[in-house]
Design a protein around this ligand. Sequence first.
Ligand code: ARG
Length: 564
Amino acid sequence: MDYRQLVAEAIHNELKDHLDLNEINNLLEKPKHAEHGDIAFPAFQLAKLFRKNPAQIAQELGDSITSPIISSVQVIGPYINFYLNKKSVSQAVINDVIKEKGHYGELSIGNGGNVPIDMSSPNIAKPMSMGHLRSTVIGNALSNILAKVGFSPIRINHLGDWGTQFGKLITAYKKWGNEEDVRSEPIKELLRLYVKFHDEAENDPSLEDEGRAWFRELESGNEEAVELWKWFRDESLKEFEKVYKRLNISFDSYNGEAFYNDKMSDVVSLLDEHKLLTVDQGAHIVNLDKYDLNPALIKKSDGATLYMTRDLAAALYRKDNYDFSQSLYVVGQEQSNHFKQLKAILKELDFDWADSIHHIPFGLITKDGKKLSTRKGKVVLLEEVLNEATAQALQQIEDKNPNLPDKEKVAEQVGVGAVVFHDLKNDRLNNFDFTIEEVVQFEGETGPYVQYTRARAMSILRKAGLESLSPSDAFALSDDYSWEVIKLLHDYPDTVRRAYENYEPSIIAKHAIQLAQTFNKFYANVRVLDEDPEKDARLALVFAITEILKEDLRILGVETPDEM
Ligand code: ARG
């Protein structure tokens, strides 16, 4: 049920000749104060049409509008305020959730269109950073949101597995590395070699030449180079997989930068055909003055291709392969210019689909005030962050509920969930700092708070012996505490739509927090398990809340223990 739509229809009955249903729907407002009703219609727009003042129109119109969904109408100045029939709205909303469960709130905006989502995309031979965590969890949540509104998301891990740095790494490995050390702690050892290379190169610039030479060998398929590169890549992927597994995230494709190596010459010829390439000190560039952007470097003077060249190839490949309706790139905002350049070049190539490419930027995340920098070797390993969070979650469980079965498993769900939720509840463009203690709290606007609230609601259902539920006319409630919950459940489809339109998972996270808070108020004020005629309806409401909290968290990629 959509009460906004029903109220719009009731108004439309009176205004048929003047405004269409959509116009009316768009004019409806949610009053800021609950005492002004549940939904309001301002009559300003009608003043010209009727040549009367808005207050007078509101008065006349207010007297004539009727609907079974409306319990009373109050006119204040130019506003018509509607009070809804709480019983029929609550009955319809609760039954909708009981019928649809996790499917409640699904929309059909996407028409099944494919949407590649470029996400996570860490760089081989380096630890996954907090920035990659953001890209991973935002990308995952967006994929779930897109699926919920009817698109077919395709999760792509565009691994940073190609580029001059691999020439440097091969050089460093051959000079200072050995097989055993790489095998035992791949990322740490590869990072050490990478850092050492940069330290040494400061005094010995010839190392840089050697690095470039090895990358050329790699690009042209030299067996030794390819073998080392493959090995570094495999070892790194194994490490990344550990994190993905804990986050419960999988990908549809791992086609990273290297995948496009054999597609470089096509890109260069295409640019050439369109007369877009100019040579600048031996390098090939695309001039983007027209777009107020710096020139994009396509090929270095030594023939090596670049990040941009590979992104062009990737964009073309994705269009060919997936025929996408839109294509998203969840990448930090420091790469905004890169994606502007990418779009501009695609436009210059006359691809009309360039406009369906969207960079989804996000802000910087720091831990305990520290920015992370791989080059200097000062790095917070994501795995360590997750371990720390899990350990603190376990501590809280020991304090609060020491007899809980499966403590370790729940601690993992809570600890990892806490980090993920915290990342997603902030508007994605915000920069923020975090400390584990704050993130894992069971109180406040945290993931564990939402999980804990849902677990409490589940325990009420267990106590009542409620296992399954079928729709019933008896599920009608009219008290104010229930009503606040009902409104949030009612608004869910609209919440999902806004999250999609803004590519903003925080809208879902905020809904979860609000629903949890509103449920806790309800629970503190209403005696749910008292034996009276409304008991079944209250339990049905609690059930509906557990379903939607679970769905909110599922979308965000956070698990929901039934007990904690
Ligand atoms: N590997 C890159 C980095 O860590 C991110 C890649 C983003 N995706 C892309 N298609 N450029 O900065």
